[in-house]
Design a protein around this ligand. Structure first.
Ligand SMILES: C[S@@+](CC[C@H](N)C(=O)[O-])C[C@H]1O[C@@H](n2cnc3c(N)ncnc32)[C@H](O)[C@@H]1O
Length: 215
């Protein structure tokens, strides 16, 4: 269970910085490419997004003609309201529900696609297996679980200085890709990113992973 108060300064700050993130855009595009290839083979498909945030990932799937039901599960009521205000008018098949992705309030063994997009790193390391278990019990036997993640450079497990350096290196690369893409990046967006870096360094809110930890 996420026992912490709201993430960042709320959904607007998060959503705005996402719009300046080429790395996240690539992640959404690739997630939706994989999902769409699968959805093209289905009809009346059900799609579940665990840790749905402002709806950036699920909006790219709810618009697919095969999707009859798209549901986002989100623990922060502010994010549920923000995503609902932003998207429900456009997608009648979409709903956002308040709930914990570790024990989502949805039927089991029922979803054609379950998406975890920047979700895994929001769950404490000791709860990550439970998140994967929740996704695997929600998806149908022939369904697809898509995990889209920020992957930081390798570091030794439980060595905080190495974890912090890996977080910094990751966001230096993110900022550089943003500066390549945009002529100007608002100070508010930079401030949001600095705060995310601090979450990483403090071990609060975010528990990012490398593809394989150095030994
Ligand atoms: C980085 S955002 C990603 C949002 C969205 N999936 C995306 O890709 O844009 C992570 C979201 O997970 C939510 N969250 C964190 N822990 C959660 C939990 N246990 N259950 C449901 N949502 C959670 C946070 O409130 C935040 O909105």
């Amino acid at each position: 269970m996420n026992d912490q108060p709201g993430y960042l300064d709320g959904p607007l700050a998060y959503h705005t910085q996402e719009l300046y993130r080429p790395d996240e855009e690539k992640m959404f595009e690739y997630t939706s490419l994989v999902a769409r290839r699968f959805l093209d083979t289905l009809s009346e498909a059900m799609v579940l997004d665990l840790c749905s945030g402002t709806g950036l990932s699920i909006e790219r799937l709810a618009c697919h003609p095969a999707v009859s039901c798209a549901t986002g599960i989100e623990i922060d009521p502010g994010y549920v309201s923000f995503a609902s205000d932003r998207l429900l008018g456009a997608y009648p098949n979409l709903t956002f529900r308040l709930g914990d992705a570790l024990d989502p309030p949805v039927p089991r063994n029922s979803w054609d696609i379950v998406v975890l997009s920047s979700a895994y790193h929001h769950v404490r390391n000791e709860n990550k297996a439970q998140l994967l278990e929740a996704a695997s019990s929600a998806v149908k036997g022939a369904g697809l679980v898509i995990i889209a993640e920020n992957i930081i450079p390798r570091h030794r497990p439980k060595v905080l200085e190495e974890y912090s350096s890996a977080i910094k290196a990751f966001y230096v690369a993110v900022l550089s890709s943003m500066m390549d893409r945009f002529d100007a990046i608002p100070q508010s967006v930079r401030t949001t990113i600095q705060r995310i870096v601090r979450y990483g360094e403090d071990g609060e809110f975010e528990y990012k992973v490398a593809s394989r930890c150095a030994s």
